[in-house]
Design a protein around this ligand. Structure first.
Ligand SMILES: Cc1cc2nc3c(=O)[nH]c(=O)nc-3n(C[C@H](O)[C@H](O)[C@H](O)COP(=O)(O)O)c2cc1C
Length: 305
C-alpha cells in the first residue's frame, strides 16, 4: 500500500499531515526554512507573540538536563507590530500552514492580539498560550486557573472564526477538566502539553543554573508525562488533542497518536536534529504502510487498555 492518507483535520483546519513544529522552537520559520522544506510539514506554529515586544528573562535562560532541557526564555518576542510587518511577508511566501501562537499578560491583551491578527489570510489558526511557566505576570497564573482559562476562551471565541487551539499546562491537578472547560467555551482543540516546572543547581556556587530559578522542562524527559496527559484528555473529553512533549522520533509520534492525539508537535528535538520533522513524517508513512493502515486517522486513540 503506497497511498497512505496522512492528512488530518483539527476543527476546520486541514493539515497535509499531523506533524507540526512547536511554538518557540523554530522562531518565525526563517532560519529553519534553510534546512527543512516547510512545505512538507503539517504546520508551523510561530513563537508566542504579545501585543508589545518582550525582552524576556535575563540570562542564564537555558540549561541542558538529562534527556531534556530547562528554559526560562520568558516569552521574549518582537511584538505584534513587527510580527505583522516583518514576519508575515515571509510566512506568506512559504506554502505551508501557519498557526499563530499568542501569549498575554491580561485578558484584554489576548483579545487585542486576536482582533489585530484575525484578518491576516496567512494565519490559519490561533494557538493560545495560557500555560508558559516562565513569566510571572502572564501565562502561568492563567494556566493554573480553570476559570481564567475558561474566560479567555469564551472571550476569544466570538472574535474569530478561525480555529482556536488552547495550549494547556501540565502543571495542574486535572488537565482533563481544563480541556472540558475550553471545549464548552467553543475551542476547536487543545495542545498538550507545555513545559513542566523544573530547576537545577550548580553544587559549587550553590546557585540555580537558571537566573529565573525555575524553568520549563522539555524534551524526551517529559514524554511519558505528556503521553499520560494526552491519554487523560482523550479518554474523557471529546475534543481533538494535539500531542506535544518529548517527541524525538516517528515512533514517539505514533505513540502519541495511538494515545489519542489527532496531531503532534515537535519542539526540543528540532534543536538536536533540525530535520527531525521530515523524518517523522516519512517514518509515520512507512509505519502505516507496514501496518496496513491506509488512513492515519484510524490510528488516533486506537489503544487497547
Ligand atoms: C526554548 C523553548 C521556547 C519555547 N517557547 C514557547 C513559546 O513561546 N510559546 C509556547 O506556547 N510554547 C513554548 N515552548 C514550549 C514548546 O512549544 C513545547 O510545548 C514544549 O517544549 C514541550 O515539547 P518538546 O518536549 O517537544 O519541546 C518553548 C519550548 C522551548 C524548549
Amino acid at each position: 500500500m503506497s497511498d497512505v492518507n496522512l492528512s488530518v483535520k483539527i476543527g476546520s483546519l486541514e493539515l497535509k499531515n499531523p506533524v507540526m513544529l512547536a511554538s518557540g522552537t523554530v522562531g518565525y520559520g526563517e532560519e529553519i526554512s534553510r534546512i527543512v522544506d516547510l512545505t512538507q510539514v503539517g504546520a508551523i506554529i510561530t513563537k508566542s507573540i504579545s501585543l508589545e515586544p518582550r525582552k524576556g528573562n535575563p540570562p542564564e535562560r537555558i540549561w541542558e538536563t538529562s534527556s531534556g532541557m530547562l528554559n526560562a526564555i520568558g516569552l521574549a518576542n518582537i511584538g505584534l507590530k513587527r510580527f505583522v510587518d516583518e514576519k508575515i511577508p515571509f510566512l506568506e511566501k512559504i506554502n505551508t500552514t501557519v498557526i499563530c501562537n499568542i501569549a498575554a499578560s491580561s485578558f484584554d491583551e489576548y483579545a487585542e492580539c486576536v482582533k489585530s491578527l484575525k484578518d491576516i489570510e496567512t494565519i490559519k489558526a490561533f494557538e493560545i498560550n495560557v500555560s508558559c511557566p516562565n513569566v510571572k505576570d502572564g501565562g502561568l497564573l492563567f494556566g493554573n486557573d480553570i476559570n481564567a482559562v475558561r474566560e479567555i476562551t469564551s472571550l476569544l471565541r466570538p472574535i474569530t472564526d478561525k480555529p482556536l487551539i488552547i495550549k494547556l499546562s501540565p502543571n495542574t491537578a486535572s488537565i482533563k477538566d481544563f480541556a472540558q472547560a475550553v471545549k464548552e467555551e467553543g475551542a476547536d482543540a487543545v495542545s498538550a502539553i507545555n513545559t513542566l516546572v523544573g530547576t537545577a543547581f550548580n553544587i559549587y556556587t550553590r546557585k540555580p543554573r537558571i537566573k529565573n530559578i525555575t524553568g520549563g522542562l522539555s524534551g524526551p524527559a517529559i514524554k511519558p508525562v505528556a503521553l499520560a496527559k494526552v491519554l487523560e484528555i482523550s479518554r474523557d473529553v471529546d475534543i481533538p488533542v494535539i500531542g506535544v512533549g518529548g517527541i524525538s522520533s516517528w515512533e514517539d509520534a505514533a505513540e502519541f497518536i495511538i494515545a489519542g492525539a489527532s496531531a503532534v508537535q515537535i519542539g526540543t528535538a528540532n534543536f538536536v536534529n533540525p530535520k527531525i520533522s521530515e523524518e517523522v513524517i516519512e517514518g509515520l508513512r512507512s509505519y502505516c504502510t507496514a501496518m496496513n493502515i491506509s488512513d492515519i486517522n484510524d490510528l488516533v486513540a486506537s489503544y487497547t487498555l
